[in-house]
Ligand binder design. Structure first.
Ligand SMILES: Nc1ncnc2c1ncn2[C@@H]1O[C@H](COP(=O)(O)OP(=O)(O)OP(=O)(O)O)[C@@H](O)[C@H]1O
Ligand SMILES: [Mg+2]
Length: 367
């Protein structure tokens, strides 16, 4: 099935630049996610690929074909929206076979396709049901079946699971991926839900304010975020501000406020540089015993939240910085609010970023 190449594409709405000089290559048969906060331009980019709107600048290729001037119906794309966009006056069967019939296929071929795709989405028994007789999850399955029946080679999903409850959403996302993979489709899945994108994508493009800030596999984005925004948006992190007070080959010392020092592994840090350290909540150790070893900072538990699998602690460090850690709730004794603790920062687990020009807060604001 086709790959998709987006080359220096810009789309403006009046003065607003919704998609700002974006270049992206989505591979053949890839399950690709566009992930980012509300208003960052995900839907606009998807609509540009579908041909529902035209770019102001740049080129879009589907396969080897430049499609800028090709209408949506000739792009072989299937679009599944967040809102249930089935024809309300048609039953499931007629919704699904609409595409093949409009294409002028003979009745027999349209029926064969209809049966195939309804089997695939496991709704064959409901082929006579009208949309208002189906659950949200079923309607999205029919919408998917309709896109597949119409011969989509490129599947575009815009928050297609957004209106479903958590359980249905979780099940359906794996099913959609499996079907797309079985059929060898190329898929672009728009979502603002990082756990959804992480769970099902081969690669993810993280978007912010009309631009793409990083493209990578879920593991790459989680393990090696290129900037503070990605570290924050994918997985979340504690951000501590400080200065490099010393460097020593592969290590550097960061001075936090309150005269606290922690060591990190970094060979590019420059003495005096203002930095932000990002440490994943799950990488931060916490315990009752007071430790005098390096990279341990004392503090007290300010809030405890039981989350099921994990227990989440907010810890006020002695320098008044607040950090968060999560621990498996089934292991060990729980800590209590007010308890004095020691927090240990493993040097190899913290990532250093240059202090952002516009300040830390601006970098982690997701709007
Ligand atoms: N037809 C339009 N006319 C004017 N502005 C638009 C239009 N479509 C989108 N925009 C603006 O372009 C920007 C990007 O919108 P877009 O819908 O692509 O965001 P999104 O990432 O899909 O957000 P969400 O997660 O909320 O769906 C927003 O500021 C939006 O208001
Ligand atoms: Mg959108």
């Amino acid at each position: 099935m086709p790959d998709v190449r987006i080359v220096n594409v810009t789309k403006r709405f009046g003065k607003l630049v919704a998609v700002d000089n974006v270049s992206l290559h989505i591979h053949d048969m890839e399950y690709f996610a566009l992930l980012g906060p509300s208003g960052c331009g995900k839907t606009t980019l998807l609509r540009l690929i579908a041909g529902l709107i035209q770019p102001d600048e740049g080129e879009i290729y589907i396969g080897d074909k430049l499609v800028n001037d090709i209408p949506p119906e000739d792009r072989d794309v299937g679009f599944v929206f967040q809102t249930f966009a089935l024809f309300p006056h048609m039953n499931a069967w007629n919704n699904v076979t609409y595409g093949p019939r409009v294409k002028g296929y003979d009745m027999k071929k349209a029926e064969t396709i209809g049966h195939e795709v309804l089997e695939m989405v496991k709704l064959h028994e409901r082929l006579e049901a009208f949309p208002n007789e189906l659950s949200g999850g079923m309607m999205q399955r029919i919408a998917l079946a309709r896109a597949l029946a119409a011969g989509a080679k490129l599947l575009l999903l815009d928050e297609a699971l957004g209106q479903l409850d958590a359980k249905v959403r979780n099940e359906l996302r794996y099913e959609i991926r499996r079907m797309a993979k079985d059929l060898g489709l190329t898929s672009i899945h728009v979502t603002h839900d990082q756990s959804e994108a992480m769970a099902i994508s081969d690669r993810i493009a993280v978007m912010r304010k009309g631009t793409i800030v990083q493209v990578g596999t879920p593991q790459e984005l989680y393990m090696a975020p290129k900037n503070i925004f990605v570290a924050h948006f994918i997985g979340g992190a504690n951000f501590l501000e400080g200065y490099i007070s010393n460097t020593n080959g592969t290590e550097a010392t960061v001075e936090l406020r309150g005269d606290l020092r922690i060591r990190i592994l970094n060979n590019s840090a420059k003495k005096g540089e203002r930095v932000v350290l990002a440490i994943r909540p799950e990488a931060l150790n916490v315990g009752k015993e007071s430790k005098n070893e390096k990279n341990s900072i004392s503090g007290s538990i300010e809030r405890v939240t039981f989350e099921g699998t994990n227990i989440r602690y907010e810890i006020r460090l002695e320098n008044q910085d607040l950090v968060i850690t999560v621990r498996p709730s089934m292991i060990g004794e729980w800590l209590k609010v007010g308890e004095k603790v020691t927090t240990t920062f493993p040097p190899e687990k913290s990532r250093m970023f240059k202090y952002p020009e516009k300040g830390l807060k601006e970098e982690i604001t997701v709007e």
